[in-house]
Design a protein around this ligand. Structure first.
Ligand code: HSE
Length: 305
C-alpha cells in the first residue's frame, strides 16, 4: 500500500466526572488524513485546510506522532501526511487528537498494521504533549478505538473499552478558542480529599450506568466538583447553556474536553435534536457565533475512508 486516507472522529473527553481518563467518539465532525509512502526519509506535512497550522513536522502534532511511529518501526522510508481538518483547533472536541490519530492510523496501514492500538495511542499522545504540554489519552484512545474508553494508565498504556447503551451527544461549539494549555493552567494542583472521593464515586457509578443501561444513574453521575468549577469561567454563558440542555430533557452534560465546546447526552436522537434547539436558542442571545452537532456515540474510531 502506497497511500491511504483515514477519517478520524471528533471526541468528547473528561465526560464531566472522568478528567483525563474518560472519553467517547462521535460520528462527526471528522478530519481526513492521508499518508503517502515517500522515498525521502522522515515526515512531511501538508495542510489542505484554512487553519494555518504549522507544517514543520516537529511543530505539528501529526508530525511528531508519525515520527515516533517511524522511529519505533525503524522504517526505511518516509511518510508524507496530508491533513484536511474539519475539527477546528482549540475547540475542545479533540482536534489535535484527531490529527495525530488519523496520521498514525494511516501510517500504520502503510506499515501493514504492524502496531496494535495501544502503541498507536502511545504515538498519538506525543501530539497531545506538543499541543498542550501534557500527555493524556482521553481524546486519542476513543479516537482510535471508538465508543467510550476509560484510560486506566498511560505508562504503560492500559485502556478499557466500555459497554454502553444507545446514547446521543449534542455538542455546542462557541466560536472562540480555549487553548488546552491555558485551561490546564487554571486547575488546582491539590484537591480536597472529600471532592476527590465524590469524583471517583461518580466515575465508578457512571461506568456502571453505561454497563447496565441505567440512564438515571448515568445522569446522576455527571457531576464534577474539581475541574468544572475551575474552568467554567473560561466558557462564556456556560451555566445558561447547561441549564437549557437539562431543561430540554438531556440526561446530563458539561464541558467537552478543555472547552469551549459543551456537550449533553440524550437517550434518543429526537431528544438530542430538542436539546440542540434549546441550547441554540439560549446561546443565540449571547451574540457569540457557535456551531452545533448531534451525533450518535459510535463504536468505531479512526478508520479507512
Ligand atoms: N483531558 C484533557 C483536559 C483534554 O481536559 O485538559 C483536553 O485535551
Amino acid at each position: 500500500m502506497k497511500e491511504v486516507t483515514v477519517r478520524a472522529p471528533a471526541t468528547v473527553s473528561n465526560v464531566v466526572c472522568g478528567f483525563d481518563c474518560l472519553g467517547f467518539a462521535i460520528d462527526g465532525p471528522f478530519d481526513e488524513v492521508t499518508a503517502r509512502r515517500s522515498d525521502r526519509s522522515g515526515v512531511s506535512i501538508t495542510h489542505e485546510d484554512g487553519f494555518g497550522l504549522p507544517t514543520d513536522p516537529e511543530k505539528n502534532v501529526a508530525g511528531v506522532a508519525v515520527a515516533a511511529l517511524l522511529a519505533e518501526a525503524q522504517a526505511d522510508f518516509g511518510i508524507e501526511i496530508i491533513i484536511e481538518k474539519a475539527i477546528k483547533p482549540g475547540s475542545g472536541i479533540g482536534s489535535s487528537g484527531a490529527s495525530s490519530c488519523g496520521a498514525v492510523v494511516a501510517a500504520n496501514w502503510l506499515l501493514e498494521e504492524q502496531f496494535p492500538p495501544e502503541k498507536l495511542i502511545e504515538f498519538a499522545m506525543e501530539g497531545e504533549r506538543l499541543a498542550s504540554g501534557s500527555r493524556h489519552a482521553d481524546n486519542v484512545a476513543p479516537c482510535i478505538l471508538g465508543g467510550f474508553v476509560l484510560v486506566r494508565s498511560i505508562d504503560p498504556v492500559d485502556v478499557v473499552r466500555l459497554d454502553f447503551p444507545p446514547l446521543f451527544a449534542t455538542v455546542i461549539h462557541p466560536q472562540i478558542e480555549v487553548r488546552t494549555a491555558e485551561a490546564r493552567a487554571v486547575l488546582p494542583e491539590l484537591v480536597p480529599l472529600a471532592s476527590a472521593v465524590r469524583n471517583w464515586s461518580n466515575l465508578g457509578a457512571f461506568i456502571a450506568g453505561l454497563e447496565h443501561g441505567d440512564y438515571d444513574l448515568i445522569g446522576r453521575s455527571l457531576v464534577d466538583e474539581i475541574v468544572e468549577p475551575a474552568r467554567r469561567g473560561l466558557i462564556p454563558h456556560f451555566e445558561e447553556a447547561k441549564a437549557a440542555g437539562i431543561s430540554a430533557g438531556a440526561i446530563g452534560g458539561g464541558i467537552s474536553g478543555s472547552g469551549p465546546s459543551m456537550f449533553m447526552l440524550s437517550k434518543t436522537r429526537e431528544r438530542a435534536e430538542i436539546v440542540r434547539a434549546a441550547i441554540g436558542e439560549a446561546y443565540e442571545t449571547t451574540g457569540i457565533a457557535f456551531n452545533t452537532y448531534v451525533s450518535e456515540i459510535v463504536g468505531h474510531g479512526a478508520s479507512l475512508r
